[in-house]
Design a binder for this molecule. Structure first.
Ligand code: ADP
Length: 879
């Protein structure tokens, strides 16, 4: 188990650690969010939270709440950068949603899957991931988005998108982080630890690859966006520069007017410039400012007074902005004509050179013989003090700018002046651009402190938008201007492509499927392992405690495993048996080929075995086999039948002795009774005769029985010699018919032999006497079980390489329940048969043994109430 440091095992420490893990992993996840917004394709903290609540219990919910609150406070949802009550409420609202989600997710899992769980069945894996993932995650997404909307942190239009990405992120977080947490901390430890390499590693690696791909795709997307916004910004900047140039031209045209005519009247000026403010929006006024030297001042003032400006004086402003008569100076640049006149009349006579800002521009214009612009100034024409500039264009008496600076200063006649509101100029210049998409700032940066000319505060742009800002500096009328253009949030929202998000989300869903699959596979493997373990234990227990000996040996006949019973049986220790050739213990299995072994499978067979101290063992063995990859093993079950055999031998010897001893007196009793019955001692009274007959028939049955018993014993213990010789079958069949005709007559049964299917000669290797015994037995049975007047058919036919002889009757047939026992000794379907029809129940058993000794097979078919057919086949002899 990944052991936490000792201090981390207490409940409060665990809660704090969880909160920390939640906040940190949340932060990392949000780095993957696509701006603007908080849509991360994977949000693992919820998976960590769910697992923690499952593993360490519901008190962990405190850690979830704390971690989530911290995380949400630290990211500060739009507009709540600073800790505020509203921000805190929003953070806590979201945290509450997450906690409830973890609670319900954990409860559902405990209820329907159970916990701790080895997660080793498809059902449990599927249920756990579905309940904790897609189902429970509905809660946090709904609560979180609801709280953000209520707190006006997102607009109504953003709700559905936010909900969807939130839910997807949470689901993927659970699908991936929960199994990883289980691997680290859950019980049963052995299983989960073993999944570290088989599930955890592949899952982590595949997720990491997905995230890398996403980051690359995200960067490419961001680059693309920057390229597009910069392209647009460049065009906007160029348009603006061009606009400024146009305004210079307009001013130049006024200069040219004055250059062209010696005397321009106020009316002419008004007519010339009248339309210009309309064509050049932002121009508040256009004026002609004559240069008046100190000695020309009074003449100029009287001239202006004569032109209708009563009390005309060249004026300047004091520090409070009030207009006062101009101080004595070397020269003045008073406003002489100004249009539109009505709104600008008070400016007439104002010496623009009296103000240092304006004077600096005037001097620059004069000395450079170009248009010059002032630093930004608050415009007197506007109540709202919008930033504006004055543009000056110099006019020289020589009509062309003199080459020498001294001459320029001497010959200066005046200035064409434009008063420009930069905001109107900019708005008009960029009127054709989608302005709502961009934040724009124009400032004069000629001095260390930039002075604003236009625009909103770009500092308000969110961090992610900073790299998208376009900035360009240029000289305009002797001032250095800077334009900065940045995409607006609305524009970014609109441009936001979900492609990379979808790629990541899709990829991570695949990863979690992979995780689920790996869990399933490892779960299955674990199940199999457990089953194998259990089966092995069971089998070992069976082997260990079986009363029968069991030996397992391989194809080479080497013993692989032996159980204690087999070790006892052969007088070895178990360890000694392993590796020994099976042939040493059971000579019959020595050097057996696979085919021989295969042929013996499933059949019990009696063999002898050799004990450690060279004693002979009598065993019954049966073989089984099973296949392992690349080899086959055999199981030999051993049953010690030494004792049984000894008892059987005793029994048969006893029976044989008894029967033998019985036979001689019985024969003489039977002979005497026969003589009695035949009237050898004279006619017997009828009652005596009957008694003698009964006694005689019973003594006959007894002789039969004794003979049969002796037969069986002889056959079983091999004393009965069977002398096989090659004989033609047909005469034997006729002989059998002849022998049994009398018997059949006694039962009024007809006997019929059909040998028409046989070829001329049918050679078989048989013991003729024994074959007669078999045939007589079958015929006698058939006759016995026939009703008077019925017929018994004997027939023979060649089937394959053998001849098949059958005896068919129309008697009662063999009852089903008796069939399995029919060839056993002393077996009779109906015990009363022995009295009714005679017989000992030994006949068929003897027949079977005899037929088999003659290498044939015996069988029967029978339908109850319709008759039976007993048959046996003998191999054809080709001698
Ligand atoms: P048994 O000396 O009693 O005839 P068998 O071994 O010959 O002993 O037969 C065993 C039993 O099989 C009979 O008692 C009888 O129940 C049944 N059986 C044998 N042959 C026939 C037959 N042809 N029809 C019906 N039952 C038969």
């Amino acid at each position: 188990m990944l052991s936490l440091p000792a201090f981390a095992t207490g409940l409060p420490a665990r809660v704090l650690l969880l909160a920390l893990a939640y906040a940190v992993s949340g932060h990392l996840a949000l780095m993957l969010a696509i701006p603007p917004g908080f849509a991360s394709a994977i949000f693992p903290p919820v998976g960590i939270a769910l697992a923690a609540v499952l593993i360490w219990g519901y008190p962990m919910l405190a850690g979830v709440f704390l971690g989530s609150t911290l995380l949400n406070l630290s990211i500060g949802f739009s507009g709540f950068e600073h800790l505020s009550l509203k921000g805190l409420l929003i953070a806590m609202g979201i945290a509450l949603g997450t906690s409830v989600q973890s609670l319900i997710g954990a409860w559902l899992i405990r209820r329907f899957v159970g916990f701790p769980t080895p997660l080793d069945t498809e059902r449990s894996i599927f249920l756990l991931l579905m309940l904790g993932g897609p189902l429970a995650c509905l809660i946090s997404a709904s609560a979180g988005v609801g709280v953000l909307y209520a707190g006006q942190a997102i607009s109504g239009a953003q709700v559905s998108f936010s909900w969807w990405t939130w839910w997807v992120g949470d689901c993927i977080g659970v699908l991936i982080a929960t199994p990883l947490m289980f691997i680290l901390f859950a019980e049963p430890r052995a299983l989960w630890r073993s999944r570290a390499t088989s599930v955890g590693l592949p899952l982590l690696v595949s997720c990491a690859i997905m995230v890398l791909i996403f980051i690359r795709a995200g960067t490419a997307e961001q680059d693309n966006l920057r390229l597009r916004t910069h392209e647009q910004a460049k065009m906007m900047a160029a348009t603006l520069k061009f606009r400024f140039e146009l305004y210079n031209r307009a001013l130049q045209s006024i200069e040219r007017l004055f250059a062209a005519s010696q005397q321009v009247s106020r009316d002419e000026f008004a007519t010339f410039v009248g339309r210009l403010p309309i064509a050049y929006p932002g121009i508040l006024a256009l004026s002609w400012n004559a240069r008046v030297s100190a000695d020309q001042r009074s003449a100029y003032e009287s001239e202006m007074a004569a032109a209708g400006f009563a009390d005309f004086q060249i004026r300047q402003r004091d520090s409070l902005g009030a207009l006062l008569p101009a101080e004595q100076r070397g020269s003045y640049v008073p406003v002489t004509f100004i249009e539109p006149f009505a709104s600008n009349a008070p400016a007439v006579g104002y010496d623009v050179a009296s103000d240092p800002t304006r004077r600096a521009a005037l001097e620059r214009a004069r000395d450079n013989a170009t248009a010059a612009m002032t630093a930004p100034i608050g415009l007197v024409q506007d109540d709202r003090q919008q930033p504006g500039v004055l543009l000056f264009y110099p006019l020289y008496r020589s009509h062309q700018p003199p080459a020498e600076l001294v001459e320029r200063r001497r010959q200066l006649r005046g200035y064409a002046v434009a008063v420009i509101r930069t905001d109107q100029l900019v708005d008009f210049a960029l009127g054709n651009y989608p302005r709502q998409d961009f934040h724009l700032r124009l400032s004069d940066i000629s001095e260390p402190d930039p002075m604003p000319l236009y625009g909103q505060d770009l500092a308000a742009l969110p961090a992610y938008a900073q790299p998208l800002v376009w900035q360009e500096d240029w000289d305009q009328g002797g001032r250095r201007l800077r334009i900065e253009i940045a995409p607006s949030e609305a524009f970014l929202l609109e441009q936001r492509s979900l492609q990379s998000w979808a790629v990541l989300a899709g990829g991570l869903v695949l990863c979690s499927l992979l995780g689920g699959l790996l869990l399933t596979i490892t779960g299955r493997a674990e199940q199999v392992r457990r089953q194998v373990e259990q089966r092995t234990l069971e089998l070992s227990a069976i082997l260990e405690h079986a009363a029968e000996g069991i030996l397992i040996f391989d194809q080479q006949g080497l013993i692989e495993r032996a159980n204690p019973a087999s070790a006892d049986l052969f007088g070895y220790r178990i360890e000694e048996l392993a590796g020994q050739p099976i042939g040493r213990l059971i000579p019959a299995l020595h050097g057996c080929s696979a085919a021989t072994l295969q042929a013996q499978l499933g059949r019990a067979r009696e063999v002898s075995g050799s004990h450690a101290c060279n004693q002979q063992l009598e065993l019954e063995i049966s073989l089984g086999s099973y296949e392992l990859p690349g080899r086959r093993l055999y199981i030999c079950m051993l049953h010690d039948i030494g004792e049984r055999k000894r008892v059987e031998r005793l029994k048969s010897e006893f029976i044989a002795t008894v029967s033998h001893e019985l036979r001689t007196p019985l024969t003489s009793i039977k002979g005497s009774l026969g003589l009695l019955g035949a009237g050898a001692v004279g006619e017997l009274p009828p009652q005596v005769h009957d008694l003698v007959r009964i006694a005689q028939s019973n003594s006959e049955r007894l002789v039969c029985l004794v003979n049969d018993i002796l037969d069986v014993e002889k056959l079983e213990f091999g004393q009965a010699g069977i002398n096989l010789s090659c004989t033609d079958l047909r005469p034997l069949l006729h002989e059998a018919l002849a022998h049994n005709l009398g018997y059949a007559d006694a039962f009024q049964v007809r006997l019929q032999l059909d040998d028409s299917a046989l070829p001329a000669q049918v050679m078989v290797e048989v013991d003729t006497l024994r074959l007669q015994q078999v045939l007589s037995n079958l015929i006698a049975n058939a006759v016995k079980f026939s009703e008077p007047q019925q017929q018994v058919d004997i027939s023979a036919a060649i089937v394959d390489a053998s001849v098949r002889i059958q005896v068919r009757d129309h008697g009662p047939g063999i009852p089903d329940e008796f069939r399995p026992r029919i060839f056993q000794k002393f077996a009779q379907a109906d015990a009363s048969d022995s009295r009714r029809r005679g017989g000992t129940g030994l006949g068929l058993s003897i027949c079977k043994t005899l037929v088999e000794r003659m290498h044939g097979q015996i069988g029967y078919s029978s339908v109850v109430d319709q008759g039976s057919t007993f048959y046996f086949s003998l191999p054809l002899s080709h001698a």
